[in-house]
Design a protein around this ligand. Structure first.
Ligand SMILES: [Zn+2]
Length: 498
């Protein structure tokens, strides 16, 4: 099912036409100077070296005209952004000078924390619940070094619903009531680091998701406990007319499809003096915490990056191929690669022609080898048995499966979800698991019945041919098999092609 949701999404991307939407709407924000931080003040609008003109010049020499941001397991399906220099602002503190601009993006994309994602109501919250996204160019006046990155403020739901000053947060300044996260992205790559704030004070460090979850480290005698937490990337793919709103910029009139998917970050609950594990290049006055911290260059691909997963896949693929050969499945003509399109399931069949293309997602690497074999077996079965010309146009259909789920399946969903959360250390873990179970037992869209027939046949064959899998994958598979049968019934009764 999830595999196919992703497909739908690609289909919509294909259908949508490109338009520029100014989604990050606090355009008229006025940044204030810091009141009483004890440090040197933030001075706005009076840079000596890195003026707006100098920043733009530097930026244009060092960046492509349109830069991209992508999430952790997402190689090519990127958000395109472009700085809006007319809205650039200067600020400086100590030996750092900063120029920040708002960003124009293609389509509207929102970053939300998981709570906001659950509570977000598109009808009533669309104007209050938004992000601040800026391109930051910064110069260290002492060393003369300049760099640029994308900064995104993501507020908590309650903060966004009540504050009127989200836009006053800036690279050098946090509002005293700021509740939320600030993320720093490297253009063309992904998340570099971030910080969590409660009432304007740092409460956690956010680093790129390692998906290994629990980690302990000792740094300068301090002790840190870390866990993986998800935030939701919320995509709206639209086709149709766009309109312009004086206050909020470009928007879309209708025909929007909303898709969300989680991105996992590692969050460390205790923050020490701001020194992180690996050597980083600090870009803040007096190296205080809260700023952009790119790692000092390192040749090995960083865990959690597409480069890392590509290397991992190279290592395990020969063995998986041998295991499949023992089951009379030949994948020598099939291209198997780490996802370029981005995916949140285990694997997806991307193309049927010329031996087919199967993509594995970052989740794939969390499974045991026998599970990975079964997952690939499943995709190859689709490749050989599905109708390649089936058009999978999704039909919006909200349905709650929870009440009709038999106890054994409910137990299986729980086994699967608990496995997903196994490494997460969080006080609210039980609630989060229950929310996730609800999510897995809710239907948002329907595909044509034929699609579910393919899925049911494939799961049946997989279960018969690949019986030796881990307990959690067995549970995941039983749940998917059952869910597709339920979806088939719903689709036969309700699916409409338009
Ligand atoms: Zn399938």
């Amino acid at each position: 099912m999830k595999r196919n949701m992703k497909k739908n999404r690609l289909w919509f991307v294909g259908m949508s036409f490109i338009f520029c939407t100014v989604i990050y709407s606090c355009l008229q924000d006025e940044w204030e100077t810091d009141n009483n931080k004890g440090d040197e003040k933030v001075i706005v609008g009076n840079n000596k070296e890195l003026t707006v003109t100098a920043a733009q010049q530097w930026y244009e020499e060092h960046n492509k005209p349109v830069v991209t941001v992508r999430s952790v397991d997402n190689d090519e399906n990127e958000i395109l952004t472009k700085p809006k220099w007319e809205e650039a602002k200067e600020s400086r503190q100590s030996n750092f000078e900063v120029v920040e601009t708002t960003l124009m993006t293609n389509g509207s994309t929102m970053f939300m924390d998981s709570e906001t994602k659950i509570r977000f109501n598109p009808k009533t919250d669309a104007k209050r619940v938004h992000n601040i996204a800026r391109m930051v160019v910064i110069k260290n006046l002492k060393t003369g070094k300049v760099c640029n990155f994308i900064m995104i403020f993501v507020g908590t739901y309650d903060y966004l619903k009540t504050t009127r000053t989200l836009g006053k947060n800036s690279y050098l300044h946090r509002q005293p009531d700021f509740n939320g996260d600030v993320y720093f992205f490297k253009p063309g790559e992904g998340l570099v680091n971030g910080w969590r704030y409660r009432n304007g004070k740092i409460t956690a460090r956010i680093s790129r998701g390692t998906e290994e979850g629990f980690r302990m480290s000792t740094t300068r005698g301090t002790y840190q406990r870390c866990h993986t937490e998800s935030y939701w990337v919320y995509d709206t793919n639209c086709w149709g007319d766009s309109y312009f709103d004086d206050e909020f910029g470009w928007g879309v009139s209708s025909n929007c499809e909303t898709i969300s998917y989680p991105v996992y970050d590692e969050v460390c609950e205790t923050v020490d003096d701001g020194v992180s594990e690996q050597p980083v290049e600090p870009w803040t006055p007096n190296e205080q915490p809260g700023g952009y911290e790119p790692p000092k260059s390192n040749d090995e691909p960083q865990k959690g990056t597409p480069e890392y997963y590509k290397k991992e896949l190279e290592k395990i693929l020969p063995n998986l191929s041998d295991e499949l050969k023992k089951m009379d499945v030949d994948i020598s003509n099939t291209q198997i690669r780490f996802t370029k399109e981005g995916c949140s399931a285990n694997a997806q069949l991307l193309s049927y022609g010329n031996g087919g293309i199967i993509e594995v997602c970052s989740n794939f690497f969390n499974y045991l080898s026998q599970d990975q074999t079964a997952i690939l077996w499943h995709e190859v079965y689709h490749l050989n048995n599905d109708d390649p010309n089936l058009v999978r146009k999704p039909y919006n259909f909200d349905y709650d499966l929870m009440s009709s789920t038999p106890p054994t399946i409910l137990q299986d969903v729980r086994i699967y979800v608990e496995w997903l959360w196994k490494d997460v250390v969080n006080n609210d873990k039980e609630n989060l698991i229950n929310e996730d179970i609800k999510y897995y037992l809710t239907i948002y869209t329907l595909l044509p019945p034929e699609h579910y027939r393919h899925e049911i046949a494939t799961y049946e064959a997989e279960i018969n041919n690949c019986p030796n899998v881990s307990e959690h994958y067995r549970a995941e598979r039983e749940y998917n098999y059952w869910k597709n049968k339920e979806l088939l019934k719903l689709s036969e009764q309700n699916y409409k092609n338009n």
